[in-house]
Write a protein that binds this ligand. Sequence first.
Ligand code: DOR
Ligand code: ZN
Length: 451
Amino acid sequence: MIVIRISVSLAANNVRDFLYGGTMKILIKGGKLVDFQNNCFIIRDILIDGKCIKKIDRNIRVQDDFKVIDAKDFYISPGFIDAHVHLREPGFEHKETIYSGTRACAKGGFTHVFSMPNTKPSPDSIENLNDLFSRINESAAIKVTPVASVTKGISGEKVVDLKNLSKENIIGFSDDGNPVNNIDYVYKTLLNSIDTRKPLITHSEDKSCFEVGAVNRGKVSEYYNVDGIPNEAEFNMIQRDVDILEQVGGHLHICHVSSKESIDIIRNAKLRGLNITCEVTPHHLSLTEDIVIEKGAMAKVNPPLKTKDDVERIIKGIQEGTVDMIATDHAPHEIESKNLPIDKASYGFSGAETAFSVAYTYLVKTRKINLIELFRLLSYNPSKVFNIEKEGIIKEGYFANLTLINLRKEYEVKSSEFVSKGKNTPYEGMKLNGKVIMTIYNGEIVFEEEK
Ligand code: DOR
Ligand code: ZN
């Protein structure tokens, strides 16, 4: 049960003040703070006054105008940063809005998310971007930084004004949902990234490898009698872009890597010194294609869930450092668009609210990585890869963005309890371990779970 419920009727400019009527002074007592530098947890108090962390110390004493949080049972990470969310606004508000999506992300422990550009219109001009910024200003509960599109309306047809858009507060460029087929646009976007540090962020999918798609090629495509998406569709495109990166330079970031061959290509490119980074999703590291036979279109996602070999290579990719971060690819859809035959249903999962628990259950509980490493994949690494200042570390003077975790909590996933409008999850009814119990963004509690 979630305590915080923000009435939708609240005036838009009041939404951030929903819990305690504005910024408040907070003292978090005795939590286990992650220290990435020394690779350990330390027990400290954190004093927050305003948007930043004022003090970290033992036994901090305060006046009674502070809200005191007893955190002795909790682990504390820097606020999670999600490099890949679909907030759907403008254009698809029946699936999600900036209002509902950012609250779902806050519940998932995220304090900063990058919004993907497959909206209508897409952020492909200064005008559209300004409209998006004002929507974010009005209704976001946490920080949202847009990813601009590479082509006009993510049509693949005409490249945007890369230089001008790069002057805006955007993360980089992507046509996510679609690949960038045009080699010249890949070239231009990578070239632009050299001076601007606004990377090309790719959804790598060579659509000439299949006709219908929908699921992984192999036993699942045979089961559903569709042609299926082969691993080549992903790794051919990644190889193509790596070749261009090798010629041009710049920064290439690969979204939702799902195949074993892709991990090998990215690893080799890193070893050759190229500036290539990548993310994997909680679902690609925890689920195989088998669940698509069990759950049908509710487990349909792009790239499709793959084999045990692919999942194992992804986890090894995390262990060896090829994978830079975990990003959700939060893709909320109205349930009607998932309750369709497998070849017609929408791709994607509402993933923000289960991300930490899925990753904890499948990576840390199973001792593939430790909790410090997981926190790094969710906060420190994305802050470094995308040059985000004063986030990703718990430090005096840094933004008071914090995620409090109760590792002892086990719960069953119930999509009816999702804050997101999207109830589309393949984890329905599954038991997960570890739960976000509080999220603090810029010194304000934006999510708190009932004790
Ligand atoms: O499953 C997916 N859903 N993959 C994508 O690349 C796009 C996303 C969406 O926008 O629904
Ligand atoms: Zn994508």
